[in-house]
Design a protein around this ligand. Sequence first.
Ligand code: PEP
Ligand code: MN
Length: 350
Amino acid sequence: MAFVPQGTEAFSFGGAVRVVVVMRPEATAEEAAAVGARLGPGAVAVPGRVARWVAATADVQDMPGVARVVQPRHAHQLASREMAPAGTVVHVGPVAVGGGAAVVMAGPCAVESMEQTLRAATAVRAAGARVLRGGAYKPRTSPYGFDGLHEEGLRILAAARAATGLPVVTEVMSPEAVPLVAEYADCLQIGARNMQNHPLLRAVGRAGRPVLLKRGMGATVGEWLMAAEYVLAAGNDQVVLCERGIRTFETATRYTLDLNAVPLAKELTHLPVLVDPSHGTGRAALVPPLALAALAAGADGLLVEVHPDPAAALVDGAQSLDPEAFARLMADAGRLLQALGQPAPAVAAN
Ligand code: PEP
Ligand code: MN
């Protein structure tokens, strides 16, 4: 019978909690295959640097090549905290996300031009952001809205990386686009609307790039973690979660930023958790206080929309900070983290 500790049923999805068999790094393909044969036809092989199996039960502890058998507490087996109790560090270019100083990713919602992107990149770097965020492919509610510059936008992001040294994160919306976006980007963003696009999750799981996985606006924390599980099951453990607000009865703000999700996700998974107060509130004035609250709640960093001229932004201007407001937020974040006894947000090396 599956092992389901009391109080975790909400995250067990009907008790389908299995065991994970982790092979030694030096285990041979033959040893892994022998373990798979003993586990039986229901066992799922997880590709990756270290071979792993997810299985219903495992009596393989003593077989050659087996490092350990882990009993995760949750249905998001590979993402479950027990798999890496110390927490996973995700490497976005040279930047380490998780387990240390908070990392701020910032930039315009949409890449609009070379000039706009370079201005934004220079400003966010000067204020202490470590990663440039900008959209080349934008999911828009209206089919007539500006949906990004596509490959030209990717080229602009690469130019901004070359000019500033900041690695870039950008959204990919379809499995077919993954190879092209992965060629340019240091990290692949999965947007809220695509959180349960399983072919896309599998494709980014195979792309060899870290993934920033936004929570769907109608998704529970359990569903969000199961979406991460898809990426991990495809062989990619480099996943950063991002809480970006959920739909509630409240319409005065664009979404309701769910800060409960931050310490909860940190308890349930070893993956780093960022917060996006820009989409979470939809209003620039509310972004700094919610950004600070997110850090106080234990977020591993922030995703903040910054535009050199928010009034002229083609997308999401109302929630975008101008460079001055962003610099004030970064200074406040440094003071807050210091007061909490945590390292200030890491800044880019000169
Ligand atoms: C965005 O990051 O600009 C975006 C579209 O976010 P989300 O997918 O969270 O709506
Ligand atoms: Mn946006």
